[in-house]
Write a protein that binds this ligand. Structure first.
Ligand SMILES: [Zn+2]
Length: 378
């Protein structure tokens, strides 16, 4: 923990729990500056975006002629991916393969949402069920590693299974629900470290107990270089090319499919709920809601005062947290006491393990230099 005096941005709700946050003389933070200077000028959810989207869609349809599917969409059951599936089929006339990944943790409500969307759109769904013993081993290794980012194992597997499947089946276009509207303020790297296969393997080598034989894995260099340049795979983010707001998306999904929202943006599983609401908050003092709310504030979907009010309360109540702790511990093969003991050990970061952050930082800087990447890397 730093000894820095507490400060919260006067424009969003990011604060000094982000240890490298910088404030200008008006008290506005560098996340805000990044939004106004780098993201906003390059973001056109208007006529310009629509024109670009129409061009991309025409190309996807052309390339997909005669094929079973023209693109693939990873469907989690959350707002962004559900709305994306609706948009792709109903509004854009695409023929996506809907792809779900079962890591063993999904909440019923998420699974039901996936079913409702698939049925409602009358589109095929492929569900990849990952080997639970391997998944469990990797997750337990991450807890033992004492790092904040406990969502890396699942995120990695979900990402890798989708990309590997698309590459294997010659599906050229990957549509993602990633968007500025709900994600323009990114979590600081010390809170949520990136998809780094080198660190993942190092942590598993140190704390894992069984080999990862079947778990889908895919390094960033494989995804960004091999898949992109050799296999010609393209990642499209349609939600950044249209006017997209969370509240309207939810209303549409409820009306069209009887879709159900969750209590919080990423609470699609008990695991995520526990990790984001408890492990990250209690052990490290990082509250991911600050990033999510700040994104909504900057894009005019939430008032700063409202966000500050919500943040006065913990992400979820202590009783539910304890229930979840016991559930997570048991599922990972630990007793409640063993898990609590694990949680009390010394915090670590990616810097305690082999990683490629230096190389990735360099690559992003180079990309920024060539105008391929607008966002800051921090
Ligand atoms: Zn700010």
């Amino acid at each position: 923990m730093s000894t820095r005096e507490y400060q919260v941005c006067t424009n969003c709700v990011m604060d000094t729990t982000d240890s490298v946050i910088q404030f200008d003389e008006k008290g506005m933070c560098d996340h805000c500056h990044n939004y106004y200077e780098n993201i906003l000028p390059n973001w056109h959810p208007d006529e310009q975006g629509r024109k670009k989207l129409d061009e991309i869609v025409a190309q996807i349809k052309k390339d997909g002629k005669g094929k079973k599917y023209d693109c693939i969409i990873g469907l989690s059951g959350g707002v962004d991916s559900s709305y994306l599936a609706y948009l792709a089929v109903k509004k854009l006339g695409l023929r996506p393969l809907l792809f779900a990944c079962d890591t063993g943790w999904n909440l019923n409500v998420a699974v039901q949402n996936v079913e409702k969307i698939t049925k409602g759109l009358n589109m095929p769904l492929h569900t990849e069920i990952v080997n639970w013993n391997e998944m469990k081993d990797l997750q337990l290794a991450f807890f033992k590693a004492q790092v904040p980012y406990q969502d890396i194992p699942q995120d990695h597997v979900i990402f890798a299974s989708l990309y590997n499947y698309a590459a294997k089946h010659g599906i050229k276009y990957v549509l993602t629900g990633g968007n500025n509207s709900t994600e323009c303020v990114r979590e600081p790297i010390e809170w949520v470290y990136q998809n780094d296969i080198r660190m993942l393997k190092d942590i598993h080598k140190k704390y894992g107990t069984i080999p990862l034989k079947t778990l889908p894995l895919c390094g960033m260099f494989k995804a960004h270089l091999y898949y992109r340049y050799i296999k010609g795979m393209k990642v499209v983010k349609p939600l950044d090319l249209i006017p997209y707001t969370k509240a309207k998306a939810i209303a549409t999904l409820q009306k069209e499919f009887g879709w159900e929202p969750y209590a919080n943006k990423h609470f699609e599983s008990v695991f995520t709920r526990f990790y984001e609401g408890y492990w990250l908050v209690k052990k490290f003092g990082y509250d991911k809601r600050r990033c999510h709310f700040s994104s909504l504030i900057l894009t005019g979907q939430l008032k700063r005062e409202e966000a500050l009010e919500i943040l006065k309360n913990p992400p979820y109540d202590e009783r539910q947290a304890m229930e979840d702790l016991e559930y997570v511990a048991k599922k990972l093969g630990l007793t409640k006491e063993e898990f609590i003991n694990l949680m009390e050990q010394k915090n670590k970061t990616y810097k305690d393990y082999k990683n490629t952050s230096g190389m990735i930082s360099l690559a992003v800087k180079a990309a920024r230099l060539f105008g391929m990447e607008k966002r800051q890397y921090r």
